[in-house]
Design a protein around this ligand. Structure first.
Ligand code: ATP
Ligand code: MG
Length: 445
């Protein structure tokens, strides 16, 4: 993309309404525009990152064997009357009446609808296990929408639902989600720690939240610092192997890590003092096993191998797709702007032409731009006739992890400059070598 033809409405001033850094930078970098409290338009740069995050989520869901679909945002109230949640959900639910006076709602989540789809189409244990998911906009009429996309009213969520014959199978589905989420967040450059969450009226300890450590997080967290060093990395996991998947979950949940809701002071005190940490975290996902809570009242049953009709065991599993943009920025920025991890960056590299209009510089930039495109990567080429300082400030603000700077002086010596946004380090290289470096960096993403 050539910046002269792009739509990147960068703000010079820091918007007064933004209290936290991710919100400030998303507004300043022209990624989002607020349309009403907690409701945003996704401008091209923000939309690009949103799509990248979605793509990673889809890939990791596919790897775990989960099946993508799409349910509508508007739902009939009757489904929610069956589960009893139409009244229980309270004021967070946006209720709508259509022209025929039918009660509708903008879905805050989809347990009822997916259960309805299941009961209409599945009748035998032979069709299990089954996990369906979608990535769809949700609406929750939050009492205090704030922090930009972190706590919106309209927000994008990946929500998945497993259907299993037995509790054991459903717990395997739970574990499968935990492992696939770990990898999902790692690919986004995040350390998201699974923390035991409050189980509510259902009981048991079968719910975990995934928290990204950040001083601006809304949850207070207590953890053993060793937990932050755990990495899934590139290891291969057989998602059909119950024991193997359970072992990974055990590895990631054995060290103490809890939010204030489940904090146990005695257990916490047992951690060696130097590893005891109290901080704040952003919830970027949650997984839940809830058994037959919906399948029983809604009649989602299968016939088992003895010919008996039994309600299926279910769980639901959510990732805060749009919140993740904020979480990633909170975790990765400096005083100049955002620093995108390679896995989610809106453009793989920036090209800054120090002397637009100089025949040699223009030609070198054009050829770099084409070469990056030929790698299947995308460059943002700042081809505007602007001073270098302004171009650098824009690149730093929007946070592309790599920048190639091209100017007549370097070209005389046959080199361009490759700069890491994260470290600020620059190297001078012939253009072909700069391209080779970029190719190498993204080979693993
Ligand atoms: P919270 O405790 O932050 O209100 P929740 O526990 O009610 O969230 P879930 O139902 O677990 O939310 O939804 C799954 C994920 O969706 C959350 O982990 C979070 O990342 C995201 N999410 C929930 N509410 C919002 C919101 N208002 N704005 C943006 N993302 C949200
Ligand atoms: Mg939650």
């Amino acid at each position: 993309m050539r910046l002269s033809r792009y739509f990147l409405p960068v703000l010079k001033e820091t918007p007064a309404e933004a209290q936290i850094v991710s919100h400030r930078y998303m507004l300043r970098a022209g990624m989002i525009k607020q349309q009403a409290a907690g409701i945003y338009s996704w401008l091209p740069l923000g939309y690009k990152v949103l799509r990248r995050i979605e793509q990673i989520v889809h890939e990791e869901q596919a790897r775990a064997g989960h099946i993508a679909m799409l349910m509508p945002t508007l739902q009939p109230a009757d489904l929610w009357r069956e589960s009893g949640r139409y009244d229980d959900y309270g004021e967070e639910m946006l209720r709508i009446t259509d022209r025929h006076k039918r009660d509708m709602l903008y879905g805050p989540t989809n347990e009822e609808m997916i259960t309805d789809i299941f009961r209409s189409n599945v009748g035998s244990y032979k069709d299990l296990p089954l996990t369906l998911y979608h990535i769809q906009w949700k609406f929750r009429d939050e009492i205090r929408p704030r922090f930009g996309v972190m706590r919106g009213r309209e927000f994008l969520m990946k929500d998945g639902y497993n259907f299993d014959l037995t509790k054991d199978d459903a717990l395997h589905a739970y574990n499968r989600h935990m492992v696939s989420y770990l990898r999902t967040y790692e690919r986004m450059g995040l350390t998201a720690i699974p923390m035991r969450a409050a189980s509510g009226p259902i009981g048991g300890d079968n719910t975990h939240e995934f928290l990204v450590l950040a001083s601006t997080g809304e949850s207070e967290v207590f953890y053993d610092s060793a937990v932050t060093g755990l990495k899934l990395g590139a290891r291969k996991v057989d998602f059909d192997n119950h024991d193997e998947v359970a072992a990974v979950c055990k590895e990631f949940t054995s060290l103490y890590a809890r939010t204030d809701e489940t904090h146990d002071a005695a257990l916490f005190e047992a951690i060696p003092a130097e590893r005891r940490q109290v901080g704040r975290g952003i919830e970027v996902g949650q997984i839940f096993y809830f058994g037959t809570k919906y399948s029983e009242p809604m009649g989602a049953t299968v016939v088992n191998d003895k010919g008996e009709k039994v309600p299926v065991h279910m769980g639901s599993h959510g990732i805060g797709v749009s919140r993740l943009l904020g979480a990633i920025i909170e975790a990765s920025h400096d005083d100049k702007g955002i620093i995108w991890p390679e896995g989610v960056t809106p453009f793989h590299c920036g090209i800054v032409n120090l002397k637009q209009g100089d025949a040699e510089a223009d030609a070198a930039c054009e050829s770099l731009y084409a070469a990056i495109g030929a790698l299947g990567l995308e460059a943002l080429y700042d081809d505007r006739d602007e001073r270098a300082g302004g171009k650098f400030a824009t690149m730093d603000l929007i946070g592309l992890p790599w920048r190639i700077t091209v100017g007549p002086r370097g070209l005389k010596n046959g080199v361009v400059e490759l700069t890491s946004r994260r470290t600020g380090e620059s190297v001078e290289l012939p253009p072909e070598q700069a391209i080779a470096r970029i190719a190498g960096i993204y080979a693993g993403h």
